[in-house]
Design a protein around this ligand. Structure first.
Ligand code: CA
Ligand code: CA
Length: 273
């Protein structure tokens, strides 16, 4: 398959950044990176060259075009996910830390593992929904993997997403009941866009299940996640912010060389669903 989708934007990135800085007058105001991490690079303006075969389409035609575009990617192993998340989810205020998805807590990058108080690798599309496990593929796709407090990750488990429930201990603003989990407001849209990315990326044409959202909260091990109607609302309520856009750029530039289209074009959520 052609690699043109990422070669062109990657080569043109410095020039595009320079143009943006001139146009917006932000060059002098841009904060210097606090650490020698390339992950601290400023946001790149998006060149729709990457999406040229999708622009102007809607519905299944758009979903199909996006599937082809974002399936042209590199893949990493589950052990490599640890270091990748230290880049993608770095605390902008402290380069030694990551920000946990549900708690919002800034936690030292080095405090990863399986013990109480540590952070681990949360599969936002619960890996039992489609049984893809941690083999290289959907189980290692960092577009939906986020640092999470070990105990909160366990509380979320494999539940579908929906509004309501009781407050989650140790994770202010998150709620859960017997069959669903509601993340805090600041990441509701992130969760929705991660789920919808997975639905477009995985269509059953490789060795993994066709992942699709639906409106149920009792999906069990079926390759579905709910509730779609709630996820659509969350995507509208919580549009992409600089943290979410930056991690999309880091994944594209340094790891998988593919993008989450719903971060770049939130209007495509409604165009497909
Ligand atoms: Ca957000
Ligand atoms: Ca799918």
């Amino acid at each position: 398959m052609s690699r043109r989708h990422h070669l062109h934007p990657r080569r043109s990135l410095p020039a595009a950044l320079a143009v943006l800085a001139v146009l917006t007058g932000t060059a002098a105001a841009a904060p210097a990176p606090a650490a020698p991490s390339t992950a601290a690079a400023p946001l790149a303006p998006l060149d729709d060259t990457y999406y040229q075969d999708a622009v102007g389409k809607t519905g299944t035609a758009l979903k199909s075009a996006l599937h082809t575009i974002i399936s042209d990617q590199s893949k990493i192993t589950y052990s490599q996910v640890w270091d990748a998340l230290k880049d993608t989810d770095e605390d902008p205020a402290n380069p030694s830390n990551v920000i946990e998805l549900y708690t919002g807590r800034s936690e030292p990058k080095s405090n990863n593992g399986g013990s109480v108080g540590q952070w681990n690798r949360e599969h936002v599309w619960a890996k039992s929904h489609g049984n893809f496990g941690t083999a290289t593929g959907p189980g290692t796709d960092i577009h939906h993997l986020r640092p999470s407090d070990v105990q909160v990750n366990s509380t979320r488990g494999n539940k579908d997403f929906d509004n309501g429930g009781s407050a989650v201990s140790g994770a202010p603003g998150n709620y859960t009941d017997s069959d669903s989990f509601e993340p805090r407001d600041a990441v509701k849209g992130d969760v929705a866009r991660m789920i919808l990315y997975m639905a477009v990326r995985y269509e059953g044409d490789d060795s993994f299940a066709d992942l699709e959202p639906n409106d149920s909260v009792s999906n069990g091990s079926a390759p579905n996640i709910g509730r779609l109607s709630v996820l659509k609302t969350w995507s509208e309520q919580d549009p992409p912010d600089s943290f979410e856009k930056r991690r999309n750029d880091v994944i594209f530039d340094q790891y998988q060389h593919n993008r989450n289209p719903f971060i770049d074009h939130p209007e495509w959520v409604e165009a497909i669903w």
